[in-house]
Design a binder for this molecule. Structure first.
Ligand code: COA
Length: 169
C-alpha cells in the first residue's frame, strides 16, 4: 500500500511572520479601519470600504439587467453600517440624494461600496456612498454611482412610534 503524501502547506508572500507588516495604528489607518470621533457639525473625510460582493442572477430584472433596487439596497446597507460606527442609537433612512445610474452594472461584476461620513447634524448623520464595479476580467474598477444618504437617530416611545434623538448622546 502506497503511503499517502501530505501536500506541503502553500506559503504565500506575507505568510512568514517576519514578512508581515506590523499591526497597530499605522496598519489600521492604511486599511481605513480607524473609527472617527466626530463632533456635531464637523465634516469627516475618512473613506471606508463597507461592502464588496459579486452580483448574481438574483440581482437581475426579468430582462437580465441588474435591478437598480439591488444596488440601492446595498447603498442603504453600506450607509447604515457607516452610521453605526458613529452613533449608538438605532438609525433610520431619512433621505437619499438623487441617484443616476450612468454606467451599466452587469451580472458577475463585483461591486464595492465605499462610505464617508460627511456631516454630523443634531439628530442626523450624512453618509456619502460611492459604488464601483469591477468587470469580470478587467482590473480597473469603474465608478458607477455615488450618493449621499441621511440617517436619523431614533428611539421608540411607549406607543412604539419613532422619535428622533440627538445623534451623539
Ligand atoms: C426619521 C423620523 C423619525 C424623523 O422625523 P422628523 O422629526 O420629521 O425629522 P425631520 O424632517 O425634522 O429631520 C430630521 C433630520 O433629518 C434631516 N433631514 C430631513 N430631511 C432632509 C433632507 N431632505 N435632506 C437632508 N437632511 C434632511 C434634518 O435636517 C434633521 O437633521 P438634524 O436633526 O441633524 O438637523 C421620521 O421622518 C420617520 O419616522 N421617517 C421614516 C423613516 C423610515 O422608516 N425609514 C425607512 C425607509 S421606509
Amino acid at each position: 500500500m502506497s503511503e499517502k503524501v501530505r501536500p506541503k502547506a502553500l506559503v504565500l508572500p506575507g505568510d512568514n511572520p517576519t514578512d508581515r507588516p506590523p499591526v497597530g495604528p499605522p496598519m489600521i489607518e492604511r486599511l481605513g479601519l480607524g473609527v472617527c470621533s466626530p463632533g456635531r457639525g464637523q465634516t469627516m473625510s475618512d473613506r471606508n470600504l463597507s461592502i464588496r460582493r459579486m452580483l448574481l442572477p438574483r440581482d437581475t430584472n426579468p430582462h437580465g439587467y441588474i435591478f437598480g433596487g439591488a444596488i440601492l439596497a446595498e447603498i442603504d446597507l453600506a450607509g447604515a453600517i457607516e452610521a453605526a460606527r458613529h452613533t449608538k442609537h438605532a438609525v433610520v433612512t431619512k433621505f437619499m440624494n438623487g441617484i443616476s445610474f450612468d454606467l451599466p452594472v452587469k451580472m458577475g461584476d463585483t461591486v464595492t461600496l465605499y462610505t464617508t461620513l460627511t456631516h454630523v447634524g443634531e439628530t442626523s448623520l450624512t453618509i456619502k456612498v460611492e459604488v464601483e464595479a469591477s468587470r469580470n476580467g478587467e482590473v480597473a474598477p469603474v465608478a458607477v454611482v455615488a450618493t449621499e444618504v441621511v440617517y436619523v437617530a431614533v428611539e421608540r416611545d411607549a406607543e412604539g412610534n419613532l422619535h428622533r434623538v440627538p445623534v451623539l448622546d
